[in-house]
Design a protein around this ligand. Sequence first.
Ligand code: IPD
Ligand code: CA
Ligand code: CA
Length: 259
Amino acid sequence: MNIEEALEFAKETARGAGEIQKNHFEKKGLAVEHKGRIDLVTEVDIACEELITEAVRENFPEHGILAEEGARRDSLKGYIWIIDPLDGTVNYAHGFPMFAVSIALYHKDEPILGVVYDPLRDELFAGVHGGGADMNGAPIRVTGVENLEDALIATGFPYDLKTNPRNNLANFNRVVLECQAVRRPGSAAIDLCYLACGRFDAFWEQRLFPWDMAAARIIVAEAGGKVTDMKGNALDIFGETICAANQVLHPKLLALLED
Ligand code: IPD
Ligand code: CA
Ligand code: CA
């Protein structure tokens, strides 16, 4: 397994899917289906997932695939590509310009590399285990903000927030009163990459799926950030919760969160 080649493959493939997203963005008549009351999937999610999974099959036929829209959901044995073909679908469907492609390579449950591509800004974030993180080739780093009152923090809410009390609203109420401001941009992958490059100081979310965080969590860690679950344990991408920040802010944010 050549990591450099796998990274180049992931970047090129993310750019290919990003091209599809860009070309269809703001086009009228986009086919949108409901997975849940407010959980959408568009024809662009499906087209991007097909492009990425086909590319993996061709280039790494022996590797597994775990992709959100269900093209394939292999178990975590050996090498596995974890794919969110379009993170920020609700934004996309509304023409709100905040969405990305997320592709990660894991070996069993250890992250090897992750890339997140925002096609509108042409920003490609990448992280390789032990090899640092960059945006469009320039190294990135988390901020040195030490106090919550100076921190700009991002979060998100689950699709079933109206019917499930585990909806992050109590956490939001606590954090918003302690920090400078909270944002809810609508793409967990971008939120984490913005933390990695210093645009946010911290991020947490309570009910994510593995593909939402698989790539970006390694980008944050390689940019010097601390990434755990909301109890402060090592992150498990199947464990739903995440708390990520620079090293100094992390325990301060964690102390405010309840799962
Ligand atoms: C969603 C986004 C959003 C987060 C949701 C995710 P999707 O992913 O990352 O920011 O709050 O929890 O499900 O559905 O757009 O791929
Ligand atoms: Ca997602
Ligand atoms: Ca998605």
